[in-house]
Design a binder for this molecule. Structure first.
Ligand code: ADP
Length: 259
């Protein structure tokens, strides 16, 4: 990935971070956070120093997905220390509040929180920061793409048309603000019945690959709908760490290798 774009006003990039990659989706619930967590762990498994920045202020998933629910950050030398899990440095608004408390904030408050978590957190030296973006194309996306020198964006979509339509919007937004789109991941691509081996294409299949071709960006790979992916992500130990030799981990590693 490229280094930061010169000339962007008031960058809020942490100084020791080499590449910042946004993981984004048009819609919620397509598995963006699951992909971000597994991708971060895959990059770490490849020997990179990786941080995860949870930019989803209204729906932070990273504390739970990375086994850090209920934990609070500490201060050292007046700086907020990121939490650590499975070799990743992690920061999320979820560490500042109780899990069931909603964030009821207007845009400027959200922007302030994002800024603080980037600027005041002691991220240290990182090769890659993976940013779990909120779904859609709102305030957070604008701030993150205009004020943070993003090396690129990975778009996660499920295969059905309605999700892909929103994925296209997300992709066009990044292009508009000159953030390279590293590619599209098709999540929940197909389902294989564990009892009989029958393969069902629950949300259709191959749509993301076609969309990537139409939009002129890489197709990064397909991840199936699998109970093991959900159970492990929801338990705070994503599949890349629980089954590092398995097919799913290999798929995430292949995505990590191609971005
Ligand atoms: P988003 O970040 O897009 O809102 P999440 O990553 O939070 O989506 O995923 C929503 C739910 O779907 C979670 O319970 C997660 O464990 C589950 N999930 C995500 N990807 C898969 C998959 N490939 N197979 C099975 N469950 C998945």
């Amino acid at each position: 990935p490229r280094q930061g774009t010169a000339g962007r006003a008031q960058s809020i990039a942490p100084p020791g971070v080499r590449h910042i990659i946004a993981v984004a989706s048009g819609k919620g619930g397509v598995g963006k956070s699951t992909t971000a967590a597994n991708l971060a762990l895959a990059l770490a498994a490849r020997g990179q120093r990786v941080g995860v920045f949870d930019a989803d202020i209204y729906g932070p998933s990273m504390p739970r997905m990375l086994g850090l629910a209920g934990q609070r950050p500490t201060l050292a030398d007046d700086r907020i220390q990121p939490l650590e899990s499975m070799g990743l440095k992690v920061m999320s608004i979820g560490f500042m509040m109780n899990e069931e408390d909603p964030v009821v904030w207007r845009g400027p408050m959200v922007m302030g929180a994002l800024e603080q978590m980037l600027r005041d957190v002691d991220w240290g030296e990182l090769d890659v920061m993976v940013v779990d973006m909120p779904p859609g194309t709102g305030d957070t996306q604008l701030t993150m793409s205009q004020r943070v020198p993003l090396a690129g964006a990975v778009i996660v979509s499920t295969p059905q048309d309605i999700a892909l339509l929103d994925a296209r919007k997300g992709l066009n937004m990044f292009r508009k603000v000159d953030v390279p789109v590293l590619g599209i991941v098709e999540n929940m691509s197909y389902y294989v019945c564990p009892n009989c081996g029958h393969r069902e294409e629950v949300f259709a299949h191959g749509g993301a690959e076609k969309t990537a071709a139409q939009m002129g960006c890489p197709f990064l790979g397909a991840i199936p709908l699998d109970i093991a992916i959900r159970v492990n992500a929801d338990a705070g130990t994503p599949i890349v760490v629980t089954d590092p030799e398995g097919a799913h981990a290999r798929a995430y590693l292949a995505i990590a290798d191609s971005i």
